[in-house]
Design a protein around this ligand. Sequence first.
Ligand code: FES
Length: 587
Amino acid sequence: MSSSDNKNNSHSINPAASEDGISKGLANYGDRGFSLFLRKAFIKGAGFTDTALERPVIGITNTGSAYNPCHGNAPQLIEAVKRGVMLAGGLPMDFPTISIHESFSQPNSMFLRNLMSMDTEELLRAQPMDAVVLIGGCDKTVPAQLMGAASAGLPAVQLITGSMLTGSHRSERVGACTDCRRYWGKFRAEEIDAEEIAEVNKQLVASVGTCSVMGTASTMACIAEALGMTVPGGASPPAVTADRMRIAEQSGTLAVEIARKRLTIDKVLTEKAFENAMRVLLAIGGSTNGIVHLTAIAGRMGFEMDLKALDRMGRETPVLLDLKPSGQHYMEDFHHAGGMATLLRELKPLLHLDAMTVTGRTLGEEIEAAGPGFKQDVVKTAKNPIYPQGGIAVLQGNLAPGGAIIKQSAANPKLMEHEGRAVVFENLEDMANRIDSPDLDVTVDDILVLKHIGPKGAAMPEAGYMPIPKKLAVAGCKDIVRISDGRMSGTAFGTIVLHVTPESAIGGPLAYVQNGDRIRLSVEKRELSLLVSDAELARRKAEKPAVVPTAQRGYRKLFLQSVTQADKGADFDFLMPPMTGVVPKVK
Ligand code: FES
């Protein structure tokens, strides 16, 4: 043992000496001195010296998992974060939490998001750390981490794992998952054969990392930076690049700085930050899931989301980012075009530039520090946008009294003003059984309705992107109006109405739509109407009242008892504090 370790030893088991670092949050045996003595005995078993244990402790969430290729670079990121922490004089402590991947989460990843947020929150609270670096990337992980960190209240930095590289199929550039859906659609329509679909399957995901288009993962990466929760430029570097590793190192260094400054998360996640994030969500043509997640994160800070105000904001926020599925490029192109600095510079007149970020500087100061822009063709100008209004519109009407949304930038303009006959599927199983039947009574002018995929109905799977009925797909139909209380992947496209609230499983009007009813969609008027009289709807309701799903045990029981509707972020009611504000405040 070094002399300095000897010198520090008696001091550092005195619990009154410090409430920070390794002395924080002691296990309670009724004797704080003993608790600290015991903790140090155990950690010294791993070879730590007292000198190391005197430093600010920086937690690093390790969300690496063999089941999560979107986090396949987690070991390298953790090494780089640790380097950054130690360069700044901190002690890095990585620890595992739940990791969620979209394709390896049965019944679906949304079911597990709140569990991951609880896991993250409780481990941030239970283990001693002065700040934390949250490593997340795949769709639900960043929202879960920000929700958990918001509730835990520590200084926190979000580190994004980064996007995957794009692949190439017969000279065409491809990437998950807009091209996954496009090629699968071609296969269903019998435009390509089994051999080609197997070939393309090897090219869609060309490396570890998150989906390469503006899906939910990329959306949440941009939102995290817009919220001020990442180091500047933290959203866009692909997973396998040196830039991504540098961002990781900087995240570690920054975590030590914010621990010393005690820049807690509530100083960053303010009403202004959420309003900035909403602007960005609209301007990037972001995933519709971004609204649910942003609502949930804001809810943890006591801010309620005003969907009507969000829609008003959308009318004055153009889509500037030319990325699939609304545009043509991929995340790595966005990075080469300067990433978020390029976008934020263009959006400046619409942003709160005085919002604080984790760097301790304001968003406006960070935009200035990024320097002047350069010629590129991925981020358009406000005068020449990809789409004149925000990517997402909020609909209302007797079919969705609590609201519904549509990603208008990824919809077919010809179908956005449409009245049609309802073709109803009662649940996912019903749809799976009948959608490809040659006997299905459906035409291209109809409107597909899928019930029971809301929060309580089925934990909001991304099934709102219903497949085009096979007989229409083979005849060349590429889009049809679809309505549900579920979600869709941010990588999907089409004229698809989602998040109908209240959901059918709790007796929302959607539950009472019948085959042959007329439905009117007007994105221009923000209208979603079931053209059936109130009296008839009341009669149907009385005839077949809703039976709200329940479960006997475990997490599913907790989920069904506590999950809120989409307009509240589908968070658990007992995790949300009393609401003290409303965002956005746009009039
Ligand atoms: Fe992980 Fe798309 S599946 S980001």
